[in-house]
Ligand binder design. Structure first.
Ligand SMILES: Cc1cc2nc3c(=O)[nH]c(=O)nc-3n(C[C@H](O)[C@H](O)[C@H](O)COP(=O)(O)OP(=O)(O)OC[C@H]3O[C@@H](n4cnc5c(N)ncnc54)[C@H](O)[C@@H]3O)c2cc1C
Length: 504
């Protein structure tokens, strides 16, 4: 594999949707998807709540979805982008349905629309509490219908190659063979997801290390708003776990309460919407409450809800809680806020184009202007679909005029086989502790954090040089985490109004 017309990094909803749409339009083009772990190791597969789309136009409207999105975004959304995403939603939904993705319906056959925090109407389409898993598996299944798409698992993208601010391809590490190689591409699309693994408490799986943002940054792309990390208020509190299990927003939409150790519903002190306020407000309220009481967690109370209906709606959540020793029907569930979503990222225009020519970014790694300071629940799967569509349309217009670069940058250097080095693990733990403290307490000062990050970088570099080369992918991943942490720090510093709260 030395060249491909379209190179996509990432096999979540963004990468798969982009690939399938492009393959349908242009069966003559070669489309290659690289993914650093197994095909379904993505944030996408963990999405529970669903996808926000206005389908019931008698009670709901585009204008109300737009208003809710703008309100959640705290004055920092791009209104033109918000309108584009909301108005395109029904068309993109129809495409998902055409790809055999299922959503729940009521007995009368209408969509069973969920309600989530910050939404003024029931408008969330979902498949039980496994909406992301349903999308991931159905999209992956579609790939076999397109002979011009190939997907390589365990291929770790290292860096973009550019000439005169134009992306020409990428270097990658083939974990199975233990070799670094280079692939040339005419168009490259980063769909690498978020960076929740920078923090101790996160709902994001291990792949979420911000690789795409770090690669784009090193190549000179504009990165924006990385300080706006969304913390989800209701992750199940279990000591020593990373990632933490998410108790979907939809559970609050279904009627669950958040209570403190005195069993009081305290959220109304902070916002009149109580449990249906947006995530940033609830996370901050919980943080303030924890700071006052010195407790480690608050509770999600589902005891007053109909247990049978609850189980029908939330089978995975109920099963997971029971397995962890908590029965939602009988006792309040301990919860804590956790890093959940990266609102900023690689800046793109309305066609998913980055500031580097022929380089696109789609999904959670991109900053589109939709979310502003705070993403409205269930808007991110939608954003991924809309920008995959926009990017694909834009790429269609230019692809035929783009020539492959003639420069081959890398030797095919063997590096022994892949294994996780134990040496990086304590460094990663210190990084997560440092970033969590910086984001969740007012105690950390920026210079101390900067120095810690620099020391971690020196340590990682020296370990890598002196250590056996088996550590290569985890070293590269850790280097990306440090780069993204530094960006996050610098972006936070230039935005003094950044909100902070305590999670533990
Ligand atoms: C627990 C949970 C619940 C959520 N619930 C919802 C919800 O209900 N509704 C909603 O709208 N959103 C939800 N979200 C957010 C949403 O799931 C994500 O924003 C979205 O799935 C991101 O999709 P993506 O395609 O951009 O990235 P991902 O799905 O994360 O895919 C990233 C891909 O990039 C690959 N990758 C990364 N780095 C490299 C590299 N260096 N080399 C090669 N491959 C690489 C990964 O292996 C992976 O395949 C939830 C998120 C979580 C964690």
């Amino acid at each position: 594999m030395e060249k491909t017309d379209i190179l996509i990094v990432g096999s979540g909803i963004s990468g798969l949707f982009f690939a399938i749409k492009m393959a349908k339009k242009r069966p003559d083009l070669s489309i290659t998807i690289l993914t650093k772990a197994s095909a379904d190791s993505t944030n996408t597969r963990y999405a529970q709540g669903g996808i926000a789309v206005v389908t019931n136009t008698e009670e709901d409207s585009f204008e109300q979805h737009i208003r809710d999105t703008l309100q959640a975004g705290g004055g920092s959304c791009n209104t033109e982008i918000v309108r584009m995403v909301v108005e395109q939603a029904p068309e993109r939904l129809q495409e998902l349905l055409n790809l055999q993705v299922d959503f729940d319906t009521t007995v009368s056959g209408a969509w069973d629309l969920g309600l989530e925090g910050g939404h003024s109407h029931h408008r969330i389409l979902h498949y039980k509490d496994q909406s992301g898993l349903e999308m991931e598996r159905k999209l992956l299944r579609q790939l076999s219908r397109y002979p011009n798409i190939v997907l390589f698992e365990d291929y770790f993208s290292i860096d973009l190659t550019t000439e005169n601010n134009c992306c020409t391809g990428m270097s990658y590490y083939d974990k199975t063979r233990g070799t670094i190689k280079h692939i040339r591409s005419r168009i490259t699309v980063l769909c690498t997801g978020g960076c929740g693994q920078l923090f101790q408490n996160t709902t994001n799986p291990e792949i979420a290390t911000g690789d795409g943002v770090a690669m784009a940054f090193r190549a000179g792309a504009v990165i924006k708003d990385m300080q706006y990390i969304q913390f989800h208020p209701t992750a199940l509190y279990e000591t020593g776990k990373n990632p933490l299990f998410l108790l979907s927003e939809a559970v609050r939409g279904f009627g669950a309460y958040i209570i403190n150790h005195n069993y009081e519903r305290f959220l109304f002190k902070y916002d009149t919407r109580g449990e249906l306020a947006t995530r940033d407000i609830i996370s901050k309220a919980i943080g303030t409450e924890l700071l006052k009481t010195s407790e480690k967690h608050v509770y999600l109370d589902c005891r007053h809800l109909n247990a049978k209906r609850f189980y029908e709606h939330f089978p995975s959540i109920t099963d997971y809680c029971l397995k962890s020793g908590f029965d939602p029907a009988k006792e309040p569930i301990p919860i804590v806020p956790a890093a959940h979503y990266q609102c900023g990222g690689i800046q793109v225009d309305k066609n998913a184009r980055t500031s580097i020519q022929n380089l696109y970014a789609v999904g959670e790694c991109a900053q589109t202007g939709l979310h502003g300071k705070n993403r409205l629940a269930s808007n991110s799967l939608l954003e991924a679909l809309v920008f995959a569509h926009q990017g694909m349309q834009s790429a269609l217009k230019t692809i035929d005029s783009i020539r492959f670069s003639t420069v081959i940058t890398l030797n095919q250097q063997p590096i022994a086989s892949y294994s996780t080095t134990p040496s990086i693990k304590p460094l990663k733990a210190l990084l997560q502790k440092t970033m969590t403290a910086f984001f969740t307490t007012e105690a950390s000062d920026i210079n101390t954090v900067r120095n810690t990050l620099k020391k971690l970088k020196q340590k990682a570099d020296s370990l890598f040089q002196s250590h056996d080369r088996n550590s290569f992918p985890s070293y590269i991943e850790f280097r990306n985490m440090l780069t993204v942490s530094m960006i996050l720090l610098e972006h936070s510093y230039s935005t003094p109004e950044i909100e902070s709260f305590t999670t533990s």
